[in-house]
Design a protein. Sequence first.
Length: 94
Amino acid sequence: MEPDSVPPLLWLGLAIAGFVAAYLVGWPAWEAYRSREERDENAERYLAWRGRADRTPRPSAREGMTGEERRRIYAGAVLAVAAALALVTFFATS
């Protein structure tokens, strides 16, 4: 299907739908990752405040993202790029 054969408003609709889908797919994974990191940091602060923190220097105990979170964020990024391309196509055809 040629981009010229698709009405410009359809491209705009695809762009909006793509951005919404990217948000719905990627944002919950990002929030889960950030909240876990914050909980871990708060636990370390609490133990330090109580004087029970481990005093030996060691590398960060942060786990990073889980595989599922990483996949969802990548999928959200791909959807956002596709939506941006649809938006560019909308502007180019209108």
